[in-house]
Design a protein around this ligand. Structure first.
Ligand code: SF4
Length: 296
């Protein structure tokens, strides 16, 4: 894993999607410019800032000295680096492309409004510079749940952002958080999230199970007793409803460490198989991952 070696000057903590495990991580922003999602405490300790271009160039040069011929994938951190202007992103992408001759793709975390603020021509120009995959949080297709967590975008905006990115041939991986509607909106959250995914038809749909973290508003609600998490079987029922509602083509994964039952498959073909596994878990024929083995 490139990012685990003696890399240049990261401001920790550093996060990346699981599928970027082999990528060089380049920190072009620090923190998250939104930093308000109720379930997220990843960047609460960081003040957001864009890393100045000369510092990014220095990091690229240092990485190129160490791994020039090895780097095939680059991931641009931190939490919503797509918030930079198209001009600044293009400058960074040009330098990355120039430094690594075997580069195949560049990925980034993106919020919907940061995609929508860019024109189609700007998105196309970024794609031409190998920005090939965006990781976006839908979190929930249920407007009430989305407003409660202060996602900073509506369901319609997220759907439109995914469609516009895919229209210029970017792949998009969309995350949905099981449990985010709480016990009271579990089924609404599942149904509405499936409907939103059907509308956007993302390349990848990744299901994670919400695990409360300290220093987040939703954790405070749990402590106050105003938000109650579904129990493990209710979570599985929620996933069952979600998968039942999916009719689009998407590569579905539910194999994150946070999930009680690992699942993956290409939809819609794999849907019946996935539902059988989930029913097996609900019936007690398939064991759930014990709490101590679950991770964020
Ligand atoms: S979930 Fe993403 S957009 Fe929301 S606060 Fe965390 S890093 Fe920022």
């Amino acid at each position: 894993m490139l990012s685990d070696r003696a890399v240049p000057l990261y401001e920790e903590p550093l996060f990346r999607p699981p599928s970027e495990a082999e990528s060089l991580i380049l920190q072009i922003t620090v923190g998250c410019s939104h930093n308000r999602c109720g379930f997220c405490s990843m960047y609460r300790m960081k003040s957001f800032r864009a890393v100045p271009l000369p510092e990014v160039e220095r990091d690229i040069a240092q990485a190129a000295r160490q791994w020039q011929g090895e780097v095939r994938r680059v991931f641009l951190a931190d939490g919503d680096a797509m918030c930079l202007s198209a001009k600044r992103l293009s400058e960074v992408l040009d330098r990355v492309n120039g430094a690594f001759p075997r580069l195949q793709r560049i990925g980034i975390y993106a919020n919907a409004r940061d995609v929508l603020s860019k024109s189609d021509d700007e998105l196309r120009a970024l794609r031409e510079r190998r920005l090939k995959i965006l990781y976006m949080g839908l979190e929930s297709g249920d407007p009430e749940t989305l407003a409660r967590i202060d996602k900073g975008a509506t369901v319609d905006e997220i759907v439109e952002a995914v469609r516009r990115a895919q229209a210029v041939d970017m792949s998009v991986s969309v995350m949905v958080l099981i449990g985010l509607g709480g016990r009271s909106r579990s089924q609404e959250h599942a149904r509405a999230s499936a409907e939103a995914i059907n509308r956007m038809e993302p390349t990848y749909t990744a299901l994670l199970t919400y695990t409360p973290t300290p220093a987040s508003p939703l954790m405070d609600e749990i402590d106050r007793g105003t938000f109650e998490l579904p129990d493990p079987l209710e979570s599985i029922r929620e996933i069952h409803t979600f998968v039942s509602g999916l009719t689009c083509r998407t590569h579905f994964t539910c194999n994150h460490a946070s999930n009680y039952v690992p699942l993956k498959g290409n939809l819609p073909g794999a849907r019946d198989h996935l539902l059988k596994v989930l029913q097996g878990a609900l019936d007690g024929r398939i064991g759930l991952k014990p709490e101590f083995l679950r991770g964020l």
